[in-house]
Design a protein around this ligand. Sequence first.
Ligand code: PMP
Length: 423
Amino acid sequence: QINYEKASFKDFENIPELDPFGWADEFDKYVKDWDSRGHWNYRQLSLNGCRPEVEMDIPGIANRNFVALVFNDYLGFTQHPKVKAAAIAGIEKYGAGAAASPAIGGHFEYHHQIEEKIARFFKRESAMIYTTGYTANSATFQALLKEGDIAILDMGVHASVIEGCQLTAKKTFPHNDMDALERILKSTKDKYRTRMVIIDGVYSQEADIAKLDEIVKLCKQYGAYLAMDDAHGVGVIGQTGRGVIELHDLYQEVDIITGTFSKTFAHLGGYVIADPKLINFLKFQARQHIFSVTATPASTAILKSIDLIDEEPFWKDKLWENIDHLKSGLKTLGFNTGNTQSAVIPVMTGDPQFNAEICHLLMEAGIYANQIGYPAVPRNNARIRMSVMATHTIAHMDQVLNAFEWIDGKLNITKKHGYPQDS
Ligand code: PMP
């Protein structure tokens, strides 16, 4: 018997004594129980646009504007007139859809242009694109890592990486723990055909950064390949927004770079950057590339958003002004923001029920933030997660700070969870 109050949706993915329709019945009861306790069901919300402020109709609260901290549109380019114009021009020129998978004709000149531009953005020779960032990871690792190989994963890597590694052996090291990584590299030596260390650049939930320089050294020393997904770092990290790879000038040292066009690049799609021969191999071997349509004509938006990172660097400066203001304000109030080094700011709250209560009050205060729990993070490691954008204002950030201060007065979050802060 599942305790609905303590359960997470993961607990319903396989109930041995029931069939999938029975799982769905049980899950329905769980969702109704959740709703009956006054928690928000995010799936019911309907927003009027991807902006720093969104209008939402929330039963029992209001139909009004909320400061939204749920979008990964870090530089605000989804609303940029030049990006929108580029998408419209793509549709005018090529039509509304790509109409076929790349392998059977759906490979237009804009696909090549995006591949070339994203490869050049990372100072590399070749790239390929996928329908989503999720597919870029799941398809690539599924095509490359088979029985006899091993994926060595940071504990914090994205779900899509884990899905990509289902055909191969896996070992996981505690997040950013270099001694543990070295131990695995030592103990697996000569036991596998291919060893591939797979990391994120910026970690999506911890919001901190991979120790890329140390990892590159270890991979070289022990003869392992290295792949990195920097979905949340690009546009945000590095002098010119190339992400974590730029911090130590390691453009040529990461064998496979993966990423998404759905965050800073303000559209949809994924990319993989690697040696031209490997890219060519993937174009023939990655099932998701062969059998699935990729990048619609509106993806010409990406060509503009890539350019804008260099043409309008002030967006990144504004983003960091907002990040610094929010982060230092939360610290001053005594909240634990973990080790964030990016545009994602978590506020640690521990218990999922407590987290839900805080989120509820944030809604009342006009703040729309994400409520994160298991399985995205370990059990009882719940948190409020906020994504800051360049198009937020300092007044928005102050509104968030006032809301947290108000809620702390009611629920004593900082007394319960105001852990020692990072410096
Ligand atoms: N990698 C990371 C680190 C992510 O956070 C995400 C999803 N947000 C993805 C990959 C998948 O990207 P997409 O949403 O474009 O499929």
